[in-house]
Design a protein around this ligand. Structure first.
Ligand SMILES: O=P(O)(O)OC[C@@]1(O)O[C@H](CO)[C@@H](O)[C@@H]1O
Ligand SMILES: [Mn+2]
Length: 434
């Protein structure tokens, strides 16, 4: 099978080129501004040493920004963390793909690699700047994103809990419709992504439930039926669903609501969440974000939000919900290499009855971030990655898409040149082949 080349900023005019040239420097500048603004907090918490750490971090990030903007060669990671050697082996692999004398660089190497590398370098910059090393430079933006979405969170928690009070009297068709609606809510929750917005406020201001009908035609691939079948065919037997999380804030709430309804409708008996080990792509979820979000819910005076907080905290405590993290999710690797690079994670996913992959970056890694034709079947683009039945739930924010009907992509491009990156369109794309 011919595997197409990787998306890359070497293709001038591509979204990758615009990202490396303009968007990533903007995100890095926001990191620099944040570290600047927190100077007084570092002084309060750590005294003069905190100021020294802040200065070290600022110097590191300014140098990093210059490396990126002047297309310097990619350099090894030196912070001696558990994944450092994997990153440096990957750099050697990228070098092996190039001709003599050529070096991996920001504008010449695969977009997936250099963008993931940027976030790993941001983590290195903080790691090498004690005592502020554990500060999450994206925390403020993630927390604000949640707080700005609170009305939408109230509407969603209210909808969930009110539905659950009548679940015993709800028909099979009613349950199926409720599940389908909350799967769509989880899809559109993926629009709330601070990487695509360059860190600008991208919160959910209104109740998403009222917009589902009007958004329906924007779902380019809708395999909800296959997802329902695989979950409802053996109801009441033990059933594990994994959710590979994406963004904190409103999207995380939509994923918790989906996980709640999976248990309440007996479509699953356990839900496993996979979050990031380090701050990633501005708004991706870490354990801190999960703990902070549950705490926020518990501390509100809104009855349905606090009810959700109690139930979800109990689910995590009782093991109905299980939290995982693995450093593979914050490596640059395409998922087709997971079985070799992280065999323990691959076999963990093989225990699942269904793995939901949230968001655009996960889709890029599922398909290798390659220039596939739009009509290539999803299963083909997954190549060797088939740990379990899986489903991508993703709004389109990068120019990779497969599994479309002939002409569908071309037709959209006529009227909307930005259809692949605007976040307006989404997919619920399923693959059963294991
Ligand atoms: O994975 P997510 O949060 O849905 O999207 C991540 C993202 O914002 O970052 C990259 C562009 O910088 C793209 O993959 C996508 O636009
Ligand atoms: Mn993300």
């Amino acid at each position: 099978m011919d595997i197409p080349c990787s998306l890359s900023a070497r293709f001038e005019g591509s979204f990758a080129y615009f990202t490396v040239k303009d968007r990533l420097p903007q995100i890095l500048t926001k990191v620099i501004d944040t570290v600047h603004r927190y100077k007084h907090k570092f002084l309060e918490e750590y005294g003069e040493e905190g100021i020294d750490g802040e200065k070290r971090a600022l110097a590191y990030f300014s140098k990093l920004r210059n490396e990126m903007q002047t297309d310097k060669p990619i350099i090894p990671i030196i912070d001696d963390l558990p994944d450092t050697h994997i990153w440096n082996e990957y750099l050697q692999y990228q070098k092996s793909l190039l001709g003599d004398g050529e070096q991996p660089s920001w504008f010449r190497s695969p977009w997936l690699y250099v963008e993931c590398y940027l976030y790993r370098r941001i983590h290195e910059g903080m790691t090498l700047s004690p005592p502020i090393s554990t500060y999450d430079v994206f925390m403020e933006a993630k927390n604000d994103g949640y707080l700005q979405s609170e009305n939408a969170v109230i509407a969603l928690c209210t909808h969930l809990q009110e539905f659950k009070t009548n679940i015993a009297d709800t028909s099979e068709a009613g349950c199926k419709e409720a599940f389908s609606k909350l799967l769509q809510v989880s899809l559109w929750g993926n629009k709330c992504d601070l990487s695509i917005s360059g860190g600008q406020d991208n919160s959910q201001k209104f109740s998403i439930l009222n917009s589902l009908e009007s958004f329906k035609s924007n779902i380019l691939v809708d395999n909800t039926e296959s997802v329902w079948q695989i979950l409802s065919q053996k109801k009441n037997s033990s059933r594990r669903v994994d959710i590979v999380l994406d963004n904190a804030g409103f999207e995380l709430i939509t994923d918790f609501v989906l996980a709640d309804i999976l248990l309440s409708l007996k479509l699953a008996t356990e839900v496993h969440f996979h979050a990031k080990c380090i701050p990633w792509y501005v708004s991706d979820t870490t354990k801190r974000d999960i703990d902070w979000t549950i705490k926020q819910l518990l501390s509100t005076n809104n009855r349905w939000m606090s009810k959700c907080g109690e139930i979800w905290k109990e689910n995590l405590k009782k093991g109905r919900w299980v939290y995982h993290e693995h450093l593979f999710w914050t490596l640059p690797h395409e998922f087709c290499s997971m079985a070799q690079t992280a065999p323990d994670l691959y076999s963990e996913l093989q225990k699942s009855d269904l793995v939901l992959f949230k968001g655009d970056l996960n889709y890029r890694k599922l398909t290798g971030d390659r220039k596939w034709d739009f009509t290539v079947p999803f299963t083909q683009a997954l190549t060797t990655f088939h740990p379990a039945p899986l489903c991508s739930v993703r709004t389109l924010k990068s120019d990779v898409q497969v599994g479309l009907k002939p002409g569908a992509g071309e037709q959209l491009a006529v009227s909307e040149t930005d259809w692949m990156i605007s976040g307006k369109y989404g997919i619920i794309q399923f693959d059963a082949s294991v």
